[in-house]
Ligand binder design. Structure first.
Ligand code: SF4
Ligand code: FE
Length: 484
């Protein structure tokens, strides 16, 4: 079974014995919870589309390891074309879900850990690459969803892990045993945690020799003893419990994030991919971040497509699609959105092989991609809200519209174009609200800023990769300056 159907995926998550908390209480079956279910539906889309003939080549590949058809989300990129197809797949899924579909963190962690374990073994004579390959085959053969877990709480930002007053603020090894390790700590903002079968943990920063216990990478089932999750609140999340789908905006799909606590969790030796080799922590972090910054040139563009479409419909429903300023705003939104796509495609096309043979994006271009993502979706959102008008945030609820006494008045006074039912106009405004201010804003607006690293993290990488020395040389040559 190298490909699971969407239905089988849901069943497989239902079988897990995860400890999930929300609003102070344990959630017994997250797959049936109305707040969490939309996020599960988004991941499900990565399974469903793999069975649709028109998307098969984008969503699946033949595994070079097993010769079986596998989902691209479990694939190790073997060419620039693979990298480009990854971005195209993410745009497609953004278009189909208008939210974060969560499965990319695992794919990005996969590719970062694959090449880093290979290079760690070369220097340290460790056996991590084999461990990782076995885990990878298990994931590919069972078509699993993996949460790539990087972000530690970090406590006092001015101190390295070992100098923190509370040593658990970065996830660490607390016990070393002959058969494995025991780890303690937490990972924050974990995208898709409750919808993942496995958690692939990586360090969060480059580490020095004193931080040996923090240089740790491993994979663990998401329902392992000692692991529990606390689901993060999202704006307007309880609207999903009100049985008023119209008020939600995006009725079917959403994203989710959680705080994952590792309370003395045992990891057997064969699931360990880094254990004390601090000199390779930075490589793992840089590569994961690079791949995930590339990802944003796909997923956010797909969500942007839906947002632009919604803004254009809002204009149509107001009978102003021909107004020149509306046309110009839609052009600007498209220009910004496609610029992000250009960045995603460019860093992929310029991909290079690593020592292990898998392909890395161009790191400078991937960081430029994400830096633009920290800005452009804000402007796209601003323009969408501009076109939508104030009714986006003042419209009455579904219950009011369904009230027979109020309905005629709402129909009458909130009508735009006479040929468009008022309800359709309000539905599009709710979708715009969802994308810009509601639950999907986590996956579009604020996540564009902080996901895959906050803006400053990219600026550090741009400074490192920008090759200012070479640029100075170019200027000297043109200006006729020779300094012997
Ligand atoms: Fe995938 Fe985008 Fe969500 Fe990251 S933010 S997991 S790249 S959809
Ligand atoms: Fe993200």
């Amino acid at each position: 079974m190298a490909l699971m159907t969407g239905k089988e995926y849901i069943e497989s998550i239902r079988k897990l014995d995860q400890k999930v908390y929300m609003f102070g209480e344990r959630v017994e079956d997250p797959t049936r919870n109305p707040i969490l279910r939309p996020s599960l539906n988004s991941v499900r889309m990565t399974y469903d589309l793999a069975f649709q003939e028109e998307y098969r080549d984008l969503m699946t590949v033949i595994s070079p390891e097993t010769g079986q058809r596998i989902n691209r989300f479990t694939h190790i990129h073997r060419s620039s074309e693979d990298l480009v197809n990854k971005v195209k797949m993410q745009r497609l899924l953004g278009q189909k879900t208008a939210s974060c579909f969560q499965r990319c963190v695992g794919m990005d962690a996969f590719n970062a850990v694959y090449s880093t374990t290979y290079e760690t073994d070369q220097v340290h004579g460790t056996g991590y690459f084999k461990n990782f390959q076995n885990f990878m085959l298990y994931v590919q053969e069972n078509d699993l969803t993996v949460d790539g877990a990087m972000t530690d709480p970090k406590g006092d930002r001015s101190l390295p892990p070992h100098a923190q007053e509370d040593p658990d603020l970065f996830l660490r090894v607390v016990v070393r045993r002959p058969d494995g390790i025991v780890v303690r700590g937490a990972k924050v903002h974990q995208t898709g945690a409750v919808n993942s079968h496995e958690i692939l943990v990586m360090p969060t920063i480059a580490l020095g020799p004193e931080d040996q216990d923090y240089a740790v990478s491993f994979a663990v089932p998401s329902d392992e003893k000692g692991i529990f999750m606390v689901v993060g609140r999202q704006s307007c999340d309880t609207r999903k419990t009100e049985n008023a789908p119209m008020d939600v905006g995006n009725q079917k799909f959403g994203g989710m994030e959680a705080l994952i606590v590792f309370d003395n969790v045992f990891i057997p030796n064969e699931r360990i991919f880094l254990n004390g080799e601090t000199d390779f922590s930075g490589m793992m972090v840089e590569r994961f971040a690079g791949y995930h910054r590339q990802s944003y040139g796909g997923c956010k563009v797909g969500v942007g497509d839906v947002l632009i479409g919604a803004a254009a419909l809002a204009a149509d429903y107001n009978s102003i699609p021909k107004a020149s300023h509306i046309k110009d705003k839609l052009i600007e939104m498209t220009h910004l959105n496609e610029t992000l796509y250009c960045c995603g495609i460019a860093c992929s096309s310029e991909g290079v092989p690593t020592k292990s043979g898998n392909y890395m994006i161009d790191l400078l271009l991937a960081n430029v991609c994400k830096q633009n993502v920290t800005r452009f979706p804000y402007e796209i959102t601003r323009l969408a809200e501009d076109i939508a008008g104030g009714l986006m945030v003042t419209a009455p609820s579904q219950a009011d519209i369904r009230n027979p006494e109020l309905k005629p008045y709402i129909e009458k006074y909130l009508k735009g174009n006479k040929n468009v039912p008022t309800e359709n106009r309000l539905k599009i405004l709710r979708l715009l609200e969802n994308l810009t201010l509601g639950t999907a804003a986590v996956g579009y607006r604020t996540e564009s800023l902080h996901g895959a690293g906050s803006p400053q993290a990219q600026r550090i990488m741009i400074a490192r990769q920008g090759n200012l020395l070479e640029k100075k040389e170019l200027a000297k040559q043109i200006a006729g300056i020779s300094e012997e």
